[in-house]
Design a protein around this ligand. Sequence first.
Ligand SMILES: [Zn+2]
Length: 189
Amino acid sequence: MMDDLDKLPPDLAFQHDGHVTDVVLSSVADGEAGIVPADALSHLDGCDHCAERLGAEALLSVHAGELLAELAEPSFAPVRVAEKAAAKAPASVRGLATLPKRAVLGALLLAALGALPAILDQIAHVPTLVGTIGHAMLMLGRSAAVVSKSEMFPALAFAASAVLMISGLVVSRVSRPGSSNDFAQEGGV
Ligand SMILES: [Zn+2]
């Protein structure tokens, strides 16, 4: 078969343990899946272990590309570097179509984890009151699930509605900053 001359030979595609080699992983991650033999690609598709390795390899590949672009001296053949960077993006997009879904999901998960600090930072800017009430309701939801079978349920249901009522009062009090005296009078009488 003439096509096989363009592919990696089997001893470069498969390790002794039966999994595909790093050469295969980096080829696929770089959008060069064309040189990978079909049996190696189908192994990649069906093997969790190799899918995970590919996910890591894909991230490394992207990061390595970014790193190289950053490290490249502006005076050192800047046009070629720019061309390489431009050519890299479409290649990775094309490569994505051949990546196992699990590897892509793994990479997305890692990206989401990377974004987590930013998300938490955003949440920290949400008014504290909203967070407190949300937390209280979450606690109530959890306790309700745990004690709904127990004989303490009526008491806890009462406590739950009390907390909700207090939350509502706090909200109405905060939304009308000048009316804290009214609140005290209404509550007192
Ligand atoms: Zn494998």
